[in-house]
Every structure is written in C-alpha cells, then in structure tokens.
Design a binder for this molecule. Structure first.
Ligand code: GDP
Length: 139
C-alpha cells in the first residue's frame, strides 16, 4: 500500500510573489492535512544536501542559488496516496508542460523557478521530512 505522507516546499519565487496563501488553500482543499509546517530559509549547505541527487546536472548551481535566494515554506502533508496525489496536484516540473489547474501551471514561471516541491517516492518523503523536521515537530 502506498504511504500517507509527503513532503513539500513552497519555493522562494512563490513566497516572494505572495502565493503562500493561495497555494496552501489549494493543498488543503484537495484533501491534504498539514501535519508540520514552517517558514525557513535554506543555507547553501542545506540546499546542496537536499538536491545532492542533481549535483552533476548543469543546472545544479542555479538550483542552489535559487533555493537559497529567500524564505521557503516547508511542510509535511497527510492524505491517502499522498506522494502520487500531490505530484498530480503540483503538475509537471516545467510549468509550460503542466496540466491546467495544477499549482505549477498557475503559479510557476519557469522550469527552474517552479513554485513548489513534492517528494517523488514514499522513501524520499520520509528522508526529506526528517531533513527538515524532528519527530517532535510533527502531529
Ligand atoms: P521535480 O521532482 O518535478 O521537482 O523535478 P526534478 O527532481 O527533476 O528537479 C528538481 C528541481 O530542479 C526542479 O523542481 C527545478 O526547480 C530544478 N530543475 C529541474 N530541471 C531544471 C533545469 O533544466 N534548469 C533549472 N534551472 N532548474 C531545473
């Protein structure tokens, strides 16, 4: 059975553009319960570790610069089939290819500055949640 939790970040572009409220509204009205949440800012070390899987990609330094450029909202979300349902809600990595009504289609400008993160597997959801939150911060 697939897991019931996923991890998300509202990225610096969306925070800067005052999209926290509308994005959270879409998340909660789609049936996700927020079980942990904080406004925070990633250091260069945090962002490099979080995206270590992409460190050989040509866009890695651009990605780290972007993710450290301003505050983010980090959150753990709960719902049946959380990982897959949340990936559907946020849409494709490139907003130009994202389906109508998805968060990236509505709020993202480019493949790099794409408004929101969603874990791509149950295993990564757990690793990413633990990266940002201690057990005591989760409900
Ligand atoms: P995701 O799972 O949909 O977030 O996509 P990936 O795991 O493939 O990429 C992680 C993040 O790296 C994306 O959400 C983007 O912020 C960034 N990214 C991916 N591809 C590119 C690219 O071609 N250029 C830039 N600048 N950033 C990218």
């Amino acid at each position: 059975m697939s897991g019931t939790r996923t991890f998300t970040m509202i990225k610096p572009d969306a925070v800067k553009n005052q999209h926290i409220g509308p994005i959270l509204e879409r998340i909660t009205s789609s049936g996700f319960k927020i079980v942990a949440m904080k406004l925070t800012q990633l250091s260069e070390r945090d962002a490099s570790l979080f995206y270590a899987v992409h460190k050989e990609r040509p866009f890695f330094s651009e990605l780290v610069d972007f993710m450290t450029s301003g505050p983010i909202v980090a959150a753990i979300l709960e719902k049946e089939n959380a990982v897959d349902d949340f990936r559907m809600l946020i849409g494709a990595t490139n907003p130009a290819e994202a389906a109508e009504g998805t968060i990236r289609k509505l709020f993202a400008k480019s493949i790099g500055e794409n408004a929101i993160h969603g874990s791509d597997s149950d295993e990564n959801a757990e690793i990413e949640s633990a990266f940002h939150f201690s057990g005591r911060e989760q409900f």
